[in-house]
Design a protein around this ligand. Structure first.
Ligand code: BEZ
Ligand code: FE
Length: 303
């Protein structure tokens, strides 16, 4: 008869999974139990603390909707998302670095023609984004869908605003690379912004005296058949939060120097309406397989 005390209990719980048919599930459950039990032992967790954790996780779940994922946010601010990313992308072989997907890959990424202004109605400094998708040898990859999304000049994603329901997507779109692997579009210069602080994750950030800020960036998801899906951001050089991103997502190779321009014509030969910024960033894909995530949002999944 095992004694369920603080030393023998762990082995008993691990044994309870011994008939799990899938070896990977069995391994994950055993390791999860070991890590959780170690945490409780090391911290001498009190009933109040355990109860608080249960209540916190309950509220985290209750905050989730079809367009808000508080659990991803929790994983992000605890560095778990970046750690999962790191262990799955140890060897880049010169491919573009990856970073977190984040909770705002939602809604509709409408296919748009090259040169389209994805932030047409929004105030902000104008920016032209010029990019190319290649393999590791620099061979252009044609016909590749690239989803882009970023926050507005006030630091909000379209899906965070009440107007989303009526006005639809803004500052998010899908482009498809041309025969030379290129795509380009107009938008506004993104700014640094706080992650949502009106839920349990924000509460934890504020109570632990962390700041909630992410440095300015544009998200890209490049999904070419025969290549690993690339989930990444391009960060704006000079942002004051680059070395303290609340979700630990910045990598040096993803920081881009944005050029200030006064030229009357933008790179596609169309007139500029005033001073503008140029972001030039190329993506190199690694051969492989993998399934790119789909944008979150119940109405879209049902469609
Ligand atoms: C974002 O960049 O959209 C993001 C990523 C992780 C947490 C919150 C926001
Ligand atoms: Fe973002």
């Amino acid at each position: 008869m095992p004694q369920f005390n603080d030393t023998e209990l762990t082995a008993a719980v691990i044994r309870s999974f011994e008939k799990t048919p899938d070896p990977r599930v069995k391994f994950l459950m055993e390791e999860l139990v070991k890590s959780l039990h170690d945490f409780v032992r090391k911290t001498d967790l009190t009933f109040d603390e355990w109860g608080y954790a249960i209540e916190f996780l309950t509220r985290t779940g209750q905050k989730c909707t079809s367009s808000r994922q508080e659990f991803i946010l929790l994983s992000d601010v605890l560095g778990v998302s970046m750690l999962v990313d790191a262990v799955n992308h140890r060897e880049r072989d010169g491919a573009t670095e990856t970073t977190v997907l984040g909770p705002f890959y939602v809604g509709e990424h409408k296919p748009m023609p090259h040169g389209a202004d994805i932030s047409a109605d929004l105030p902000g400094e104008r920016m032209f984004v010029k990019s190319r998708v290649t393999d590791l040898n620099g061979k252009p990859l044609a016909n590749v869908p690239v989803d882009v999304w970023h926050a507005d000049d006030d630091g909000f994603y379209d899906s965070q605003k009440p107007s989303y329901e009526t006005q639809g997507p803004s500052s998010r779109a899908r482009f498809v690379t041309d025969a030379d692997g290129q795509f380009f579009f107009r938008t506004i210069l993104p700014c640094s912004y706080p992650i949502p602080t009106d839920g349990p994750v924000g509460e934890m950030i504020l109570q632990t005296r962390r700041h909630p800020m992410r440095p300015a960036h544009v998200h890209f998801l490049v999904n070419a058949p025969g290549y690993e899906p690339l989930i990444t951001h391009v960060f704006i050089e000079g942002d004051k939060y680059l070395d303290s991103d609340v979700v630990f997502g910045v990598k040096n190779d993803l920081i881009c120097k944005i050029e200030k321009r006064n030229d009357p014509l933008m790179p596609d030969g169309k007139p500029a309406t005033g001073p503008w910024h140029l972001m030039t960033y190329d993506f190199r894909l690694k051969p492989g397989v993998g399934t790119a995530p789909k944008p979150m949002m119940a109405e879209i999944e049902a469609a």
